[in-house]
Write a protein that binds this ligand. Structure first.
Ligand code: UDP
Ligand code: MG
Length: 326
């Protein structure tokens, strides 16, 4: 046993050839001033189509403490983070983006907080410079809706830049769902998290992998992964509409008894049909969202598939692609 505590730095990378070396240099500059800890990098190549893996291999050959995992295709950042965690063995684990939007200069502060007794320490954007008004607007709405309905509270502006104790990492790995929503998982497992605000940094090199469509999908996925409130909303809607329909029927009956039958309005009928049709479609959609989750989870597929790595697999705590179902 080394007398130093160990820290793994997990970096998910998808088509990051332009920035990965700068990232490594910048991070290395920060951590070489941190004594009393040993660091190891775990770069995760999430099926990049550029030179990302080649650069990782070069880095891996240049130092003992640089590891990489490479997927057979693009599985998404959630899978990349999971793979990194699965192969980490350190006392503390840091997850950060490769694009330098997560300032390496925060690492010493994060380590300090976890030494102060927090289980995790995570970064939270205090500003949104460089983000479009529209994206900020929808993002605010997402957090409001989620925190109102869902059982897991999400912190507005929270990013996937954090340090976690071994205990927390093990808890995260216990949640072995295939369709992962890390922001929810980090909140669901509990523990004490210290949030550190930082100024948003715009991506200088490379481009974001998120389109508006993928963000919307992510938001719907996030809510439906951790809450059944939308399902209750469907039945609530049903009760509400039935209630008003019932009152309407009673009133119409009374009116018919008093004034006799009049010719029903075409517009009224059409509006009712279309309105109800819309409500039913939405309800089916919401149900479908959950059935989709059940379908994907029931296949019990691996979260990622490894193609290359310089990690000795039998020395890691987890076996490749093994899923710990209980
Ligand atoms: N990423 C990944 N797989 C993907 C998409 C992104 O591993 O399918 C990585 C990416 O290389 C980066 C991090 O996740 O290190 C954040 O991605 P990005 O900068 O595109 O997202 P944003 O910062 O815009 O939220
Ligand atoms: Mg980014």
């Amino acid at each position: 046993m080394s007398k130093f505590k160990s820290i793994d730095i997990i970096v998910p990378c998808f088509n990051e050839e332009a920035v990965i070396e700068t990232f490594h240099k910048e991070t290395q500059r920060v951590i070489k001033n941190i004594s009393d800890y040993t660091f190891q990098y775990i770069y995760v190549d999430d099926g990049s189509r550029d030179q990302t893996l080649e650069i990782m291999k070069q880095l891996g050959n240049s130092a003992e403490n640089i590891k990489y995992l490479s997927f057979s295709r693009n599985f998404g950042k959630e899978s990349a983070m999971y793979a990194g965690l699965k192969h980490s063995t350190a006392d503390y684990v840091i997850i950060m983006d490769a694009d330098l939007q997560h300032p390496p200069s925060m690492i010493p502060i994060m380590i300090q907080e976890i030494e102060n007794g927090y289980d995790c320490c995570a970064a939270r954007r205090s500003t949104r410079t460089g983000e479009s008004r529209l994206r900020s607007f929808f993002s605010d709405i997402f957090y409001k809706i989620n925190n109102h309905f869902s059982d897991v509270e999400l912190v507005n502006g929270a990013v996937d830049y954090r340090i976690m104790s071994r205990q927390v990492v093990n808890a995260v790995l216990e949640l072995c769902e295939v369709q992962r929503f890390s922001k929810g998982i980090f909140s669901w497992i509990g523990f004490e998290t210290k949030w550190i605000p930082y100024e948003n940094v715009e991506r200088k090199i490379g481009t974001t992998k998120w389109s508006f469509k993928s963000l919307l999908k992510y938001a719907i996925h996030g809510i439906s992964s951790f809450s059944t409130a939308p399902l209750r909303f469907v039945s609530g809607m049903g009760f509400l509409i039935s209630f008003f329909a019932f009152i309407y029927i009673i009133l119409t009956l009374i009116k018919t008894f008093i004034t006799g039958i009049d010719v029903p309005g075409y517009v009224t009928t059409l509006s009712a049909v279309l309105f109800l049709g819309g409500i039913i479609e939405i309800s089916i959609g919401i149900l479908g969202e959950y059935i989709g989750h059940i379908f994907m989870e029931s296949k019990n597929r691996p979260i990622y598939i490894l193609k290359h790595t310089n990690i000795q697999l039998d020395q890691t705590r987890g076996i490749q692609n093994e899923k710990n179902h209980h």
